[in-house]
Design a protein around this ligand. Structure first.
Ligand code: 3PG
Length: 207
């Protein structure tokens, strides 16, 4: 399964509209054992946040871009220091551009047809989005039965109550979600609890 995901079973999805928290957020996550973050390109200052995080992150911490919808956003994310690209849906142009730049890519799927296309394009992991609306673990069971060589990263509705259950499935190399660093907190510059939630999520997975 996709090697880059292996050390990152829990991917924090970051939606925030300020860039001054970049280094501190990376350090808070890292202190809890979470060495990555997906900065979603949904807010006006997202690329600045990505760049600040990438520049101020501890050694080994990887920063990616989420909600990447086109090739130009892939270019901008790469310029800002992203090493992986996440999309909500499946767009071969985004996948191709990310790969051309040497970036890891995790496109979203919601149907068997999209998984099949991802497989044809040589991918061995996809994001399942929105996982909760699609049926959660039952959907993963159904897809994994017909695509045994594909990894599924559920996103959407993942949190402390279900992350460990998803991760216990052999087809799930990682989960992603915004619960570790919720937007309302980040926009207020409040990083309290980020480290603890990361640590708790990793402990729940190990239990
Ligand atoms: C997203 O892109 O917003 C992710 O799927 C996170 O969803 P969540 O806020 O439900 O964790």
């Amino acid at each position: 399964m996709t090697d880059w995901l292996r050390p990152h079973p829990i991917i924090p999805v970051v939606v925030a509209d300020r860039s001054d928290i970049g280094a501190d957020l990376a350090q808070a996550l890292d202190a809890g054992g979470i060495a990555c973050a997906e900065i979603t390109l949904r807010t006006p200052h997202a690329l600045e946040l990505l760049a600040a995080m990438s520049a101020g992150a501890p050694r080994g911490f990887v920063v990616g871009a989420g909600t990447v919808l086109d090739e130009e956003q892939v270019n901008r994310a790469a310029d800002a220091g992203a090493t992986f690209i996440v999309s909500p849906g499946y767009d071969p142009a985004v996948v191709d551009r990310a790969r051309a730049l040497g970036l890891a890519v995790l496109p979203g799927v919601a149907t068997a047809s999209e998984v099949q296309r991802a497989r044809r394009d040589g991918l061995d992991a996809v994001k399942l989005f929105p996982a909760d609306r699609l049926g959660g673990l039952a959907m993963i069971e159904a897809l994994a039965a017909v695509f045994p060589d594909m990894g599924f990263v559920p996103s959407g509705g993942v949190g402390p109550d279900n992350a460990a259950a998803y991760l216990a499935h052999s087809a799930v190399p990682a989960v992603s979600g915004s619960w570790l660093a919720p937007r309302r907190q980040l926009d207020a510059g409040d990083l309290s609890g980020v480290t603890e939630r990361g640590r708790a999520a990793l402990q729940a997975r190990a239990a």
